[in-house]
Ligand binder design. Structure first.
Ligand code: MN
Ligand code: MN
Length: 340
């Protein structure tokens, strides 16, 4: 609201005869306006909607939110002892050591959770079509990363061949399409089927159950889908190349005999390129689109409502996004509030 009022005022000022004096006022207000439009920049994104304990990966993050308002509007401190969500792990877990190195263009900007092939809860699956990190204890991916440009888009129709992923190591439970039956959740794609339509093989790869997560219909068919379409428009209409990282965190009631834990939040970071999506082609003014939204049942249709910063997603997940981008540029891009 504040932001809109300011824009309105700024427009009025530009049309005003007393522009010189008033523009000085606008300039000196600039810092103030920045603070007002991002008052929660240091908190996890759920505070923009409605947090609950399932939205946090650690007690310390829940405590951060409780400390912000001791009236506890989200009821994080049920027993009133001043400690939020006490059943959560105390601290956000450290990242695994980085042990997997890949030339895949899909992770050219970094491996957000340092996924490798030792930890089955942070297990890297490296395909021609995308790279993702799978977690057996969640029964699903944590994040996926993929390049999207015109080369990946063709006329292959949706294959709809949802199936278990045999690439998982022996002894790992392979989630099946039927595990979602009757759960109330959609079989939501992380890498969208429509982003991989050049060949049948490419499209089929998106229907492996490791690329699927339990997604509410309101998220999947609402703002999430709108953002997917917006991204493809950037390709069709402006010839852009996108580097996309999409992920989930938090937990809701398990399904499939406790084998699959639906996430409570879904997020996406899109880095927009005019040319090859490499570290060398990123600079201070590289455009990014960043969202974090509830995997819930009351969502705004506008994906823009859920815009946030990369820093806030890193805080909420414990990951290091865009880690291969030089530190100064990385810091600048990550602090920026997405505004589209
Ligand atoms: Mn979808
Ligand atoms: Mn980072």
């Amino acid at each position: 609201m504040t932001h809109w009022n300011f824009e309105y005022w700024a427009r009025w000022v530009r049309h005003s005869a007393q522009a010189t004096v008033l523009l000085l006022a606008v300039t000196s207000c600039d810092d103030l306006v920045t603070q007002v439009s991002a008052p929660n920049a240091h908190l996890p994104p759920c505070v923009e909607q409605n947090c609950n304990c399932g939205d946090f990966v650690s007690q310390e993050l829940a405590q951060l939110v409780l400390n912000e308002d001791s009236n506890d509007p989200y009821n994080l401190d049920g027993d009133g002892n001043g400690r939020a969500c006490e059943r959560l792990p105390q601290a956000t877990p450290d990242l695994d050591w980085e042990t997997y190195f890949s030339n895949s263009p899909h992770i050219a900007l970094g491996n957000p959770s340092h996924a490798g092939q030792e930890n089955i809860d942070n297990y890297l699956i490296d395909r021609d079509q995308y790279v993702l990190a799978y977690s057996q204890s969640h029964g699903g991916l944590r994040w996926a990363s993929w390049v999207l440009n015109r080369d990946w888009i063709g006329s292959t129709e949706r294959q709809n061949n949802f199936r278990p992923d045999g690439i998982l190591p022996k002894g790992t439970y392979q989630v099946t399409p039927r595990d979602y039956t009757g759960s109330g959740y959609d079989r939501g794609h992380m890498v969208p089927s429509a982003d991989r339509t050049a060949t049948e093989r490419d499209n089929s790869a998106t229907f492996l159950m490791t690329n699927i997560f339990p997604q509410t219909a309101e998220n999947n068919r609402g703002p999430w889908k709108e953002l997917e379409a917006y991204c493809r428009d950037l390709i069709y209409q402006q010839g852009k190349t996108l580097y996309i990282i999409g992920g989930v965190y938090g937990q809701k009631q398990p399904i499939a005999k406790q084998r699959v834990i639906p996430p409570s939040r879904t997020w996406k970071v899109v880095v927009v390129f005019d040319d090859e999506p490499t570290v060398d082609n990123v600079n201070y003014s590289t455009d990014t689109i960043v969202v974090d939204m509830p995997n819930g049942n009351r969502l705004d249709e506008q994906w823009q409502t859920y815009q946030t910063s990369i820093d806030r997603i890193e805080l909420a997940t414990g990951y290091d996004l865009l880690s291969d981008i030089p530190d100064a540029i990385q810091a600048e891009l990550e602090a920026r509030q997405s505004k589209h």
